[in-house]
Every structure is written in C-alpha cells, then in structure tokens.
Design a protein around this ligand. Structure first.
Ligand SMILES: Nc1ncnc2c1ncn2[C@@H]1O[C@H](COP(=O)(O)OP(=O)(O)OP(=O)(O)O)[C@@H](O)[C@H]1O
Ligand SMILES: [Mg+2]
Length: 279
C-alpha cells in the first residue's frame, strides 16, 4: 500500500500539486486521471522519488520514503517497477539487452539466472522468442509489452505506468490494460497507472483519483465515476455533448424520473438530434 499525505510541489511561482492526499491499495489498479498538464506525471515522479515534494509524506507500506536513508531508498527502488510515458526502450539494444540492463543495475544474478528470468517475463507478456529483436522491428503494442516485462523483471511490489496506452489503438490498449490488471492481481502489486484513456478507466479502475488544478477533485471507482456530481470531472470524462446527454439520460433513469428501459429510446432521440445538428 502507498499512502501520500498533503503533497505539495511548485516549480518557481507555479504550484503544480497543492496538497494531495490519497491511499493506493495493494493488489489494486489505482488510476491517476486528469487533463494534460494537470500534474499527473509530476505527482507520480514525486511518489517514486524522482522529484522531491516541497511538503508532505509518502508512505510505502507505512514507511516514509522522504525520511529513508540511502540504503533504505536503494532497497525501496528495487521494489519499484516503472513503465515510462512512451516505452523508453533503448533503440540500439535488443529486447533482451533492454531487460538485462535493469537486472545488471539492480541485481547480482548470474548470467544464466538473468537469461532464465528474461525468458520468464517475456513469456508472461506473450513475447516468447522476441529476445533478439530491436525496438524498431516490433509494433507499438509489443514495445509496451517489453516495457512491462522490464518493469516486472525484479518482481516489484509497486508498479508505476505512465500513459501505458499512448499511441495504441483501442483494442491493443485493452490488451495492455488487461495485462497490467492481471499482473497486479497475480503478484499482488500496488499499481499506479497514469492515464487519460476513458476505456482504461472503465476497464481497470479499481480506484481512481482525478486531479484538477493541483487538487484531488474526485476519487472513487469505475462504477461510481459515471454518477459523479463533480462538474469538472464530468466535463473531463464526458467531453462530447453527446456523451453528456447520454449521462444525463442514465441519471434520469437511475433517479426514476424516466421509465426503466426507455433510456435507449431517449438516447436514440438524442442521437437523432445530434445528427440533425451536424448535417
Ligand atoms: N521539471 C519541470 N520543471 C518545471 N515545470 C515542470 C517540470 N515538469 C513539469 N512541469 C510543469 O508541471 C505541470 C504538470 O506537468 P505534468 O507533466 O505533470 O502534466 P501531466 O498531467 O502529466 O500532462 P500529460 O497528460 O500531458 O502528460 C506542467 O505545467 C508542466 O509544465
Ligand atoms: Mg504526463
């Protein structure tokens, strides 16, 4: 479990994180959502220790990272897996060399054990036999899977994924989301995923934190998000007028203001209207 308490971070005069608290559970996919520039990456970088917050506490299973000595920090770092925004593979290295790099940095394993471990993680992300391919030779989705294999190679307790679906088509995104979710449950990892992909939110959002103007504007799960009463969140999720209308109808149905089962007809009317407007 990761708990953050009252995190603040500014760059010069500009406040990016203005006192954010939250609890991110073990074995769960915790999502950080928010519009571009809302501070998702800065928040994640604070949690993993790449940025030092100006204020606040970051507790990894109860232990404040900001008060750890160098040895404790190194030990913690080895328990953290990261999938960076864009897969961040080294282009001049093969898939296997990209993963071995992490093992060389953080483990004392023998070459044989490293090879064995690489084959294990490549199998887990369904890339068996891709060891000697270069990043340029594989698809975007495969690159993400290599990134995931690299992130889990040290059996992390904590996994951070920054925009795992950027640049992928919706179906491939779903495959990556499911993989992250499966791995999280299978190895009981505390996972934090930064995303603005609404499909991911609905598919894997066990716990969702919405950042707006440096604050936590809303939190909840993927079932609750559709019924949120936060205007900012609704503008963010239901970006198009059509989706906002669809939500309004769903709410009326839930509140019993329209007859159950008539929502589809109401939605069809809405589609008719929006098509009428656009033609
Ligand atoms: N190293 C830095 N120095 C100064 N300002 C920074 C730095 N890193 C980020 N910022 C600023 O912090 C704000 C939040 O940036 P951040 O990258 O966290 O946004 P984001 O929510 O991840 O956006 P996106 O969805 O586009 O990735 C931006 O205004 C950005 O310019
Ligand atoms: Mg970002």
């Amino acid at each position: 479990m990761i708990e953050v308490k009252d995190i603040k971070k500014s760059f010069g005069e500009k406040t990016i994180l203005d006192g954010i608290s939250g609890v991110f559970g073990t074995g769960k996919c915790n999502l950080i959502i928010g519009s571009s520039g809302s501070g998702k990456t800065v928040f994640t970088k604070c949690i993993v220790g790449l940025f030092k917050p100006d204020q606040g506490e970051i507790l990894y299973d109860g232990k404040n990272m900001l008060e750890m000595d160098r040895e404790e920090r190194t030990a913690l770092r080895q328990q953290i897996g990261m999938l960076f925004q864009g897969s961040a593979l080294f282009d001049s290295m093969t898939v296997e060399q990209n993963i071995i790099f992490t093992l060389d940095m953080f483990s004392n394993m023998s070459y044989r054990d490293k090879k064995k471990r690489i084959d294990e993680v490549l199998e887990r992300v369904e890339l068996t036999g891709s060891n000697n391919k270069y990043p340029a030779e594989i698809s975007g989705g495969m690159k993400k899977r290599v990134g995931i294999a690299r992130a889990i190679v040290l059996n992390p307790k904590y996994l951070f994924c920054d925009e795992p679906n950027s640049g992928l088509d919706p179906q491939t995104s779903l495959v990556i989301d499911k993989l992250i979710k499966e791995i999280t449950t299978e190895y009981n990892i505390t996972t934090l995923v930064v995303t603005h992909d609404m499909n991911s939110v609905m598919e894997i959002g066990d716990h969702i934190v919405y950042l707006y103007k440096g604050k936590k504007e809303w939190e909840g799960n993927n079932k609750e998000i559709i019924f949120s009463k936060s205007d900012q969140l609704n503008d963010f999720i239901f970006a198009s007028e059509f989706l906002q209308g669809a939500k309004a109808i769903r709410m009326l149905e839930v509140e019993g203001k329209i007859e159950e089962g008539t929502a589809v007809q109401e939605a069809e009317k809405l589609i008719g209207e929006s098509e009428g407007q656009s033609s």
